[in-house]
Design a binder for this molecule. Structure first.
Ligand SMILES: [Fe+2]
Length: 249
C-alpha cells in the first residue's frame, strides 16, 4: 500500500466511523423517542385507570345510598338515619383511632337493609311487639346479610349488617357475640345508632338533647356498648355531632 492509498484508506475509515456514529446516534434518538411515547402511553393508561377506579367507587357509593334510601323511604321518621349514623360512626371511629374503610361505611349505610322483609304493621306498630312479631323483627340482620350475599364488593360491609345488634354483654342478636368477639365496626356502629335514635323525634317520644343522649350511652358502657368505644365517643363534643347532623339534613 502506497502512502497515498493508506491516507485515502484512513479517510475512508474515519468517514465510515463517522457515518456509523451518526447512524447509532439516530437510532439512539429514535429509541429515546419511542421510550418517551411508551412513558406517555403508560401515564395516559394510569390516568384512565385512576379515573375508572374513582368512577367505580362513586357508582358503588351511589348504589349503596340508593339501597339505604329505599329502606328508609318507608319510614318518614327515620329519614336520613343511615347517612347520619354512617357519619357519626366515622367520627367516633376517628376518635377511637380505628381505621374504618369504605366497606365499613357501606355497612353503616346498609345496616337495616333486611327491614325490607319486615311488614309495615310490625315495623311501625306503636305498641309493644308480640313474641312472633319480635321473632320476625330480630331476623333483619340475617335477612340483610342474605340480601347482600352475592355482592362481592360488600363482603366486609355484611359484617356490620349482620352484627349491628350484638351487645357487649353477649345478650344481643343474631349470634349473641360478646366483647371483642364483636367486630369493631359493629361495636362503633352500635353507639352511633343509639346516638341517632335518641336525638331524633319518634312518634312516641320527642328527641333527647345531645347531653341526655350522652348520659344514656355512658350508662350502657360495659353492658350494651364496648366501654373503650364509649370513652372515644365521649371525647367528641356535642357540637361536632350537631354539625354533622345539620350538614346532612
Ligand atoms: Fe337494625
Amino acid at each position: 500500500m502506497t502512502p497515498s492509498t493508506r491516507a485515502s484508506h484512513g479517510k475512508d475509515t474515519v468517514a465510515s466511523l463517522r457515518a456509523k456514529l451518526a447512524r447509532l446516534e439516530r437510532e439512539a434518538a429514535a429509541r429515546e423517542r419511542q421510550l418517551e411515547r411508551y412513558a406517555a402511553d403508560l401515564r395516559e393508561i394510569f390516568k384512565q385507570e385512576r379515573n375508572r377506579a374513582q368512577e367505580l367507587r362513586r357508582s358503588y357509593k351511589a348504589t349503596v345510598l340508593a339501597l339505604a334510601n329505599a329502606v328508609e323511604a318507608r319510614d318518614a321518621y327515620t329519614g336520613k338515619h343511615a347517612e347520619r349514623v354512617a357519619a357519626y360512626g366515622l367520627r367516633i371511629a376517628h376518635a377511637a383511632g380505628v381505621e374504618v374503610d369504605t366497606q365499613a361505611e357501606f355497612g353503616f349505610l346498609l345496616h337495616d337493609v333486611g327491614k325490607v322483609a319486615v311488614p309495615d304493621a310490625i315495623l311501625f306498630k306503636p305498641g309493644p311487639l308480640t313474641k312472633e312479631e319480635r321473632a320476625l323483627m330480630v331476623k333483619h340482620p340475617e335477612i340483610g346479610t342474605e340480601i347482600l350475599r352475592h355482592i362481592d364488593f360488600l363482603d366486609d360491609a355484611k359484617i356490620v349488617v349482620r352484627h349491628h345488634h350484638e351487645r357487649w354483654d353477649g345478650t344481643g342478636y343474631p349470634d349473641a357475640l360478646a366483647g371483642e368477639a364483636i367486630p369493631v365496626p359493629a361495636r362503633i356502629f352500635a353507639v352511633a345508632d343509639t346516638l341517632d335514635a335518641l336525638t331524633t323525634d319518634r312518634p312516641y317520644r320527642p328527641a333527647s338533647s345531645w347531653s341526655e343522649a350522652r348520659q344514656v350511652i355512658r350508662a350502657a358502657a360495659g353492658t350494651q356498648f364496648d366501654p373503650a368505644i364509649v370513652t372515644a365517643y365521649d371525647t367528641v363534643p356535642d357540637g361536632a355531632f350537631a354539625r354533622i347532623r345539620d350538614g346532612i339534613a
